[in-house]
Design a protein around this ligand. Structure first.
Ligand SMILES: Nc1ncnc2c1ncn2[C@@H]1O[C@H](COP(=O)(O)OP(=O)(O)OP(=O)(O)O)[C@@H](O)[C@H]1O
Length: 455
């Protein structure tokens, strides 16, 4: 019996322990389930945060897609704008005629200013209208002072001219370039472009075309055009255009062609003008150096090389007078990988030899021969332009090397600009009048509508 009681006691103790354990386990269970609820709530929170994030990402993705569409739309509009610019530019040129004349008068410089009141670099006998950028008036020098105070007809003492644009002595290189930059652009669009600097010795032709290379402000039309062509070609890449650019530079001296980019010291290398093929109007120069160029700096190096090679002779009118025509050519071949369009433009920049007449130049001997050759090739340039304007059956391209070489860039399918340079000195009055008359004849010509070239 006692043993039984002892067993019961022991069991009762064990039951009481088990009860206490159960109680503790229940408490722990409750605690854990509380924590589980809390975790579930956190998970729920995180889920809803994730959902919010997902919808924000979707919103952002939509916004990005919308922006991309807007950008594509804007790019298409820009391309359309660029196309319209070309169309408008070409229409304006068609209306104005594809031959245009700009006139630039250089300032009086250095010793030329001696005795000029107030060192005024503007000539007294040339008058520019304040309200008309295309008008220039020349006064017979003896009457020029009078004409400044008494306005009105002075009979034969006053000569008025209109051109597409007139630049007074204060016009900078960048102002002049602004007016020709669209024309330069046309070469990238596949046009044949010819820009001539015409004028008597010392009138500023070389300054206008080449300028001072080391001085950014004074750089001329050639370096500025080269920079613009490279910048535009780079810009057009995004539309699928890729350009191959090639430079040649030659001079025509005494009706002989000389390569200005040659490394050869052999002056006897002969250069002849030949048709590219029997059916092509294009003329090529035999044995001429063509350099493939990839940067403006590379072209500037070639310009330096050419200027050291260029023949410079002395005349009585200008100590360092250039007695040759120089022809800088940039050939631009374009291909568009998106539209498969092709273009083949050419930019010719020509610094003509001084246009003074024989008796003014006081030339003798070898200089006399040079002057005669220069005069006859310039006169022939005028004849070619007149023949084109008159739609003559025969255009005398072959009468001089210059017009023969440029025949492809002078016809009705090209764009021509004559930059008439004038010397501001009163002593140059009769040459100035002569130049203005020649340029007026050119200005009155309309050589037809330019055509793009695709091959
Ligand atoms: N717009 C200008 N501003 C400042 N200087 C100029 C300007 N135009 C010309 N000159 C200066 O006038 C001088 C004669 O100019 P330039 O040599 O260009 O004449 P040119 O017509 O090319 O003569 P040439 O027929 O002998 O080649 C140069 O010293 C040149 O630097």
């Amino acid at each position: 019996m006692a043993q039984l009681r002892e067993t019961i006691n022991r069991l009762e103790k064990q039951v009481s322990h088990l009860r206490a354990d159960t109680k503790e386990l229940n408490a722990q269970m409750e605690d854990l389930s509380g924590k589980l609820h809390a975790k579930e709530a956190t998970i729920q929170d995180l889920r809803s945060t994730l959902q919010d994030r997902d919808s924000s990402i979707a919103d952002l993705e939509n916004t990005v897609a919308e922006n991309k569409a807007t950008i594509l739309d804007l790019e298409a509009k820009l391309r359309e704008g660029e196309r319209m610019r070309k169309v408008l530019h070409n229409t304006v040129l068609e209306l104005k005629g594809n031959i245009r004349v700009f006139c630039r008068v250089r300032p009086l410089l250095g010793e030329e200013l001696a005795g000029v009141p107030g060192d005024d670099p503007d000539p007294q006998h040339i008058v520019f209208a304040f309200n008309c950028i295309s008008f220039i008036e020349l006064f017979f020098p003896l009457q020029s002072i009078l004409s400044q105070t008494i306005r009105g007809p002075l009979g034969k003492g006053k000569y008025s001219f209109h051109f597409d644009q007139v630049f007074s002595p204060s016009s900078t290189q960048s102002v002049v370039f602004e007016e020709i930059s669209q024309l330069v652009q046309s070469a990238l669009d596949g046009y044949q472009v010819a820009i001539f600097a015409y004028g008597q010795t010392g009138s500023g032709k070389t300054f206008t075309m080449e300028g001072v290379q080391e001085d950014l402000e004074q750089r001329g039309m050639i370096p500025r055009s080269v920079e613009q062509v490279f910048a535009s070609a780079e810009h057009l890449r995004q539309d699928g255009w890729k350009y191959e650019l090639q430079v040649s530079f030659l001079e025509i001296y005494n009706e002989k062609i000389r390569d200005l980019l040659t490394n050869s010291k052999d002056q006897e290398v002969k250069h002849e003008l030949k048709m590219v093929s029997p059916n092509s109007p294009e003329v090529m120069v035999t044995n001429l150096t063509y350099v493939k160029v990839n940067s403006p700096q590379q072209v500037f190096g070639l310009l330096k090389k050419a200027s050291t090679n260029r023949a410079v002779a002395e005349t009585k009118m200008n100590e360092h007078s250039s007695r040759s025509h120089s022809v800088f050519r940039l050939h631009l071949k374009g291909f568009n990988s998106v539209t498969h369009e092709k273009s083949a433009g050419c930019l010719n920049m020509i610094d003509l030899a001084g246009s003074e007449r024989l008796k003014e130049s006081k030339s003798e001997g070898e200089r006399l021969k040079e002057t005669k050759n220069i005069n006859s090739s310039l006169a022939n340039l005028g004849n070619v332009i007149m023949a084109l304007a008159n739609k003559d059956q025969h255009v005398p391209y072959r009468n001089s090397k210059l017009t023969h070489l440029l025949s492809n860039s002078l016809g009705g399918s090209s764009k021509v600009l004559m930059l008439l340079n004038l010397n501001p000195r009163e002593e140059c009055f009769s040459e100035t009048l002569n130049s203005l008359r020649f340029a007026t004849k050119v200005n009155n010509c309309n050589i037809g509508t330019a055509q793009k070239k695709t091959k």
